[in-house]
Design a protein. Structure first.
Lengths: 261, 375, 309
């Protein structure tokens, strides 16, 4: 496995706190993601993992703290800044566009890259058609890569869960992101599907050099895939390091086995 | 000829992305267009059955074409972008009245500034398109709340447009050129020297408009913008997180939809009605258009045609069939029966087939491809 | 002092007609709270309840029943009709559409509106039928303070009185009875409610029935004021902006929203209409609602929605 360059940070989260009303979702969390690495965020249910991803791509705005992405420090990300800056994500409960085909879902991921305006699209002629075909080519590459050729024209609502997850990954890849956030990409999958998905994640990392942050419950998967792991519990970071270090950490063991606080 | 696509291989993405990728569909469409553009006018010119009188042209085909156009507009907003509108009638009215104003000359007295703005009457085609543009601007204005509110709330916002414009065109005499009765007459339909008058000419004019707009609308909904609209409809949060700007997507949907609805309104007033009152664009019209879209198929351009046809033909059938059977119904009963049938059909389709008749047709085509085998 | 007197008279008249809007809006809120359905058919239910009541009354009186007996039987008949309606809607429309998104449910209630309007008029007739259950004359108050006094319709006072009783009754029903508690549970999360053994279909039937009864009450007051006729359904549309202003989920919001709309549109009509043309009443409520939406989308009393993903 290729080791990421230690010197370069793609994203740094510093002292982020997030509260909803009286409930604290995240408290003073800091960690970083290096360019090219696979970074796992783990923790028991309700630890604040999804909230952390939501803060990173600007869906939630933290009450305190700063986020440095590609060298720019912000108190909060905005959703459009995140997507424009090259952050893509998948969701815990698949968030596909249910009424559209798999192909259209992935094509939708190309939105930011398409430039032709309303009038050209209306005529669908010349440059507009050329653009549509050019992006179709790129999308077909992704469809090939994810091995979903047979279902490209099927409405996603009709697809089984495992394939939906794959289409969702395809949509995120279509954005050609620098940072890919995966929220439980293997939840609810059987062993074989998990193996497929793990292979895709490793391929994405190796092929495209995409930096990946993922939330996952399956420890075996996390230990295999991730270069480094950050552990959250009750909104607080309790450990950070390589899979082996984290495995030995007493705090982590306590959090998972449930020691009285 | 059997409905088979075996042997029709697409070797380019352009071919694969065509509106009708299957050859038989293209042939069928060609025949349909041939009948519509050549067959119908020929039959009507020589008064061959069923075009013996002008009834079929005037009372069915003309309103069908114009309302189908309006339904395409509504479908873009409701079916593709998922933004409900109960104010389509108002946008038709905006299109009709602004086309009327620009067709008869705009005069804005600015007494307190000491001068007046006067614009001479514009040609009819420009007026109609300007009607669409004005409707688009108004549509954008009333679409702005959609950035903060969703679904049901938006329904009320569009109702506000409906009632406000009902009132404006009824009470502000400037819009009706101070006509004492409140009823106004369309200017002569002079298209570059060609004066449209007979039912056949009116029919061909509307058919041209509908065909052109249907193709443009189809291009939009299968392109990047259409995908953005559908993404907003299906899951707006996820759409935002992949870089779709809700502001741009929603407001373009409002603009395009209102433009088409506005043009349909101008055609309805100029070409079909000739002279009209604000009542022609009441909330009943809005609901009628919404029904066409639901029955025909949400998110389907073809469905807009099917829905418009159904909504127009059902009352005629209700009138005709009992009379033929010797039990004529009173007009009141027919109206009530219409209400009940439309209502039941809406509920039934929403439960069983939310994509309306259009989906039923495409299921039929799927079956036909494999016929005589079940699968 | 004439201006003040006139202003007070318009204000009171407006507040009282606002009570009528509140009555219809209440029906909306009940259904929205319990099933998340934005019930476009509430106006049609008012029409149906009113027609059932007034037509059975007319029939019974013509058959020689004493008035009190006719009223009791007539109300009983209308209640049965509303119960059947509630059962049919739950069975045939809302039940099969459970778990659909709000837009689909909303459009299905537009469908239900047309069925109800068509059926109600087909069965009971489509003329305007006068209903005389409450006194319709007026009081003149403070004649010593203002010349001519302030005109207050007795019917409006009755309307306010009935609305008060209705709200109190609903509050007791929601807070104190077992069905009321179950209803609130269903409103929060119908799947969870179902999993603890609350019969969800029964609860929805009850909600629609209660909304039907609220419609009946509204119909008696409105019918006395305007006669029972088709145009009632259009007036009922005004309950929509009332809801937006008050907040979709709030019973007090429906009341306050109704009062604001009622008083606001009358005052606007009388004092603004002179300048920009009459008939402002027609759209005032909707444009006010639009303004509220832009400033405070959840309405005056609504809860703020936090989106999750």
């Amino acid at each position: 496995m290729r080791m990421p360059d230690k010197s370069e940070f793609l994203l740094q989260v510093e002292g982020v706190s997030l509260t909803f009303g009286g409930v604290t979702a995240l408290r003073d969390v800091s960690f970083d993601i290096r360019k090219g690495e696979i970074r796992a965020i783990i923790g028991p249910n309700g630890a604040g993992k999804t909230s952390m991803l939501n803060v990173i791509n600007g869906f939630y705005h933290p009450n305190r703290g700063a986020i440095t992405f590609k060298g720019r420090t912000r108190a909060r990300m905005q959703s459009f800044e995140a997507s424009r800056g090259g952050i893509a994500r998948t969701f815990q409960n698949v968030a596909l566009f249910k009424g559209m085909s798999a192909l259209d879902n992935i094509m939708a991921g190309r939105t930011l890259k398409m430039r032709r305006g309303l009038l050209w699209q209306m005529l669908r002629y010349g440059p507009a058609l050329a653009e549509e075909i050019e992006h179709r080519n790129r999308v077909e590459e992704i469809i090939d890569f994810l091995e979903i050729e047979a279902i490209r024209k099927v409405p996603v609502a009709r697809l089984p869960y495992g394939l939906q997850k794959r289409v969702e990954l395809g949509r995120a890849l279509a954005m050609e992101p620098d940072l890919l956030l995966l929220d439980e990409p293997m939840a609810g999958m059987n062993l074989e599907e998990k193996e497929d998905m793990s292979r895709f994640i490793i391929d994405v990392s190796n092929h495209y050099g995409t930096t990946i942050a993922l939330i996952e419950h399956d420890m075996a998967v996390v230990m295999d895939l991730a270069h480094r792991v950050v552990v959250l519990d009750h909104g607080v970071k309790i450990a950070d390091g390589t899979p082996d270090e984290v495995k030995q950490n007493q705090g982590v063991i306590d959090a998972y086995l449930g020691v009285a606080h | 000829m059997l409905y088979r696509e075996a042997g029709q291989f697409k070797t380019t993405y352009a071919e694969d992305m065509a509106i009708f990728p299957i050859r038989q569909d293209r042939i069928a469409l060609g025949i349909l267009l041939g009948i519509a553009f050549i067959g119908v006018p020929l039959l009507a010119t020589f008064h061959v059955w069923p075009f013996a009188g002008d009834y079929l042209l005037w009372a069915i085909l003309l309103p069908f074409l114009i309302l189908a156009l309006a339904a395409i507009g509504v479908n873009i907003l409701v079916g593709y972008c998922g933004q409900i509108s109960l104010g389509s009638g108002a946008f038709m009215a905006v299109g009709a009245y602004s086309a009327y104003k620009s067709g008869t000359g705009v005069h804005i007295p600015l007494a307190w500034l000491g001068f007046a703005i006067s614009i001479p009457p514009l040609p009819v085609l420009a007026s109609i398109l300007l009607g669409g543009l004005t409707a688009a601007v108004v549509g954008i204005l009333f679409g702005v709340p959609s950035l903060r509110i969703k679904g049901l709330y938006l329904a009320v916002a569009t109702l506000a447009a409906q009632f406000f414009f009902d009132w404006v065109f009824l009470r502000v005499p400037w819009f009706t050129n101070y006509a004492p009765s409140g009823s106004v007459n369309a200017p002569a339909l002079n298209f570059f020297g060609l004066v449209i008058g007979t039912p056949i000419e009116r029919y061909l004019l509307c058919l041209t408009f509908v065909t052109v707009f249907a193709v443009l609308a189809k291009n939009l909904v299968r392109g990047n913008l259409g995908r953005q609209w559908m993404a907003i409809r299906d899951m707006d949060i996820a759409a935002e997180l992949i870089g779709i700007r809700p502001l741009y997507a929603k407001l373009t949907a409002f603009a395009v939809s209102s433009f088409i609805v506005g043009v349909a309104g101008a055609l309805w007033a100029f070409v079909y009605l000739g002279s009209w009152e604000p009542l022609a664009f009441s909330i009943d019209r809005s609901l009628q258009l919404l029904f066409m879209v639901i029955i025909g198929g949400l998110g389907s351009i073809m469905g807009s045609f099917v829905g418009a046809a159904f909504i127009l033909i059902l009352p005629i059938m209700l009138n005709l069939i009992p009379t033929e059977l010797g039990v004529p119904l009173s007009t009141e009963t027919i109206t009530h029966l219409e209400f009940i049938i439309f209502g039941s059909l809406i509920c039934y389709l929403l439960i069983k087939e939310p994509h309306g008749f259009a989906r039923l047709i495409s299921i039929g085509k799927e079956k036909l491809r494999l016929w005589p085998f079940p699968y | 002092m004439i201006a003040l007197g006139q202003f007070l008279e318009v204000l009171i008249g407006g507040l009282m007609s606002g009570v009528l809007y509140s009555l219809v809006a209440l029906g909306f809120v009940l259904i929205f709270k319990a099933s998340g359905v934005f019930n476009f058919a509430q106006g049609a239910m008012v029409l149906l309840a009113g027609l059932a009541l007034v037509r059975s009354l007319d029939f019974l009186v013509a058959e020689g029943f004493p008035l009190w007996a006719a009223i009791i039987i007539g109300i009983g008949f209308a209640v049965v009709i509303m119960a059947i309606t509630a059962w049919l809607i739950e069975r045939l429309v809302i039940g099969p559409l459970v778990n659909q998104d709000g837009l689909t449910l909303f459009m299905s209630t537009i469908g239900a509106t047309f069925i109800l309007e068509g059926a109600a008029q087909m069965i009971f007739g489509s003329d305007a039928y006068p209903l005389r259950l409450f006194p319709t004359d007026a009081w003149f108050l403070f004649e010593s303070l203002f010349p001519g006094g302030i005109l207050v319709n007795k019917l409006d006072v009755w309307g306010g009185f009935i609305a008060g009783i209705l709200v109190a009754g609903l509050a007791i029903f929601f807070q104190r009875t077992k069905t009321g508690r179950a209803l609130r549970a269903v409103a929060d999360d119908h799947l969870a409610a179902q999993s603890v053994g609350i019969p969800i279909n029964w609860i929805w039937f009850v909600v629609w029935l209660v909304a039907g009864l609220v419609a009946l009450v509204a119909a008696t007051v409105w019918g006395t004021k305007l006669g029972v006729q088709y145009s009632i359904t259009f007036l009922a549309l005004k309950a929509l902006p009332v809801l937006i202003i008050g907040g979709l989920t709030s019973v007090p919001g429906a009341i306050v929203g109704g009062l604001i709309v009622g008083a606001g549109e009358k005052i606007a009509e009388v004092f603004l209409g002179a300048y920009i043309g009459g008939g402002i009443e027609y759209w005032f409520a909707f444009v006010l609602a639009l303004a509220v939406l832009l400033v405070r989308p959840q309405g005056l009393f609504g809860e703020r929605i936090i989106e999750r993903i």
